[in-house]
Write a protein that binds this ligand. Structure first.
Ligand code: PEP
Ligand code: MN
Length: 359
């Protein structure tokens, strides 16, 4: 008889446990909604005054048999767990704390960030069919899978070559399809994003547009991979927030690119912040590339700089290549010619920093 009674009471407790669980989950849901409001209004998560009010009220209403101190203790635990939920919400989507696993960005089947470094090569600007045909052949010889080429060029002077626009994207695509490459090209105007994704496999947001928030939102609304370059004077934190703009719109296919920043140093075009690579790898779960062309602006040091970038954990290198750099319509001084590019690639391969060519 007593046995049956114990069983019944235990069943009653099981039901109450489930009810408590339901209530805790319901409470957690409200906590998260409050967390969201706090975040959008910039309000602190922990509010000691509010916590005191809640505990006082609970003690006041305590019907027993638990003593007030136990009620305080139990509810403190609930409050702490709730605070944890709100803190979890505050972590940026791109942060390593939010996602411990490395994100692998896939561009037409090519993996960036999967542990095998890649080289992204191609001209600063798409110029002519003949130039692109030569690029196609050279990139194929060197086993380059992701080819770059600018069609919308953000130039310092309005009198300089501004790029071929949509026609340039079409030329890049045609070359890429002929040789089986994937493509990346910069877009500068949010209104061009929809058009651009008809042609390119990856959209580049250039250094000058890293904080063009409307552009970041526009590429974030697509599901096309994005190459986001660090702004000329942007801090690492600002680069991470720029990436968050894209991720917040649902597009987490983002590759970050360190391309040098403005300093007082004149020996290089920009100062490559090599420490940004391991910091970005630690702070975010996104792949990181290093652009050795725009950071150094010097062909004579591109190879050791590329090696340094790979040694500190970069997921790949971006480098500009042109069949006749001396007559290039942009960045004539710093694009590698084919012989220089062959040497560059061969040196990286022979040092084992990038995979050997499969023939
Ligand atoms: C580019 O990659 O073509 C370019 C203009 O680079 P950045 O935006 O880094 O200057
Ligand atoms: Mn360039």
């Amino acid at each position: 008889m007593a046995e049956d009674r114990l069983k019944d009471l235990r069943s009653e407790l099981d039901v109450i446990n489930l009810e408590l669980l339901q209530l805790l989950s319901k409470r957690a849901d409200v906590v998260q909604r409050i967390g969201h409001l706090k975040q959008t209004r910039g309000v602190a998560i922990f509010d000691p005054e509010r916590e005191k009010q809640q505990l006082d009220r609970l003690v006041e209403e305590n019907p027993g048999p638990f003593p007030d101190s136990t009620i305080r203790h139990l509810f403190k635990q609930i409050f702490q767990a709730s605070q944890g939920l709100q803190e979890e919400q505050r972590k940026l989507l791109v942060s390593r704390q939010r996602n411990h696993e490395d994100t692998v960005v896939t561009v037409r089947g090519i993996k960036i960030g999967g542990g095998v470094p890649i080289v992204v090569g191609g001209p600063c600007s798409v110029e002519t069919d003949d130039q692109m045909e030569k690029i196609g052949q050279e990139m194929q010889v060197q086993g380059i899978q992701l080819v770059r080429g600018g069609a919308f060029k953000p130039r310092t002077s309005p009198y300089d070559f501004q790029g071929l626009g949509e026609k340039g994207l079409r030329m890049l695509r045609d070359t890429a399809r002929k040789y089986g490459f994937a493509t990346v090209s910069e877009i500068v105007n949010p209104a061009d994003v929809e058009m651009a994704i008809q042609y390119v496999d990856m959209i580049q947001v250039g250094a000058r547009n890293m904080q063009n928030f409307e552009l970041l939102k526009a590429v974030g609304n697509t599901r096309v991979p994005v190459l986001l370059k660090r702004g000329l004077s942007a801090t690492i934190e600002e680069l991470i927030y720029a990436a968050e703009y894209i991720a917040a719109r649902g597009n987490e296919q983002i590759v970050l690119c360190e391309r040098g920043i403005r300093t007082y140093e004149k020996a290089t075009r920009n100062t490559l912040d090599i420490s940004a690579v391991p910091i970005l790898k630690q702070e975010t779960h996104l792949p990181v590339l290093v652009d050795v062309t725009h950071s150094t602006g010097r062909k004579d040091i591109m190879l050791p700089v590329a090696k340094a970038a790979l040694a500190v954990g970069a997921d790949g290198i971006m480098v500009e290549v042109h069949p006749e750099p001396q007559v290039a319509l942009s960045d004539a001084k710093q694009q590698l010619n084919f012989a220089e590019f062959d040497h560059f690639m061969e040196s990286l391969r022979s040092s084992g920093m990038i995979p050997a060519l499969v023939t």
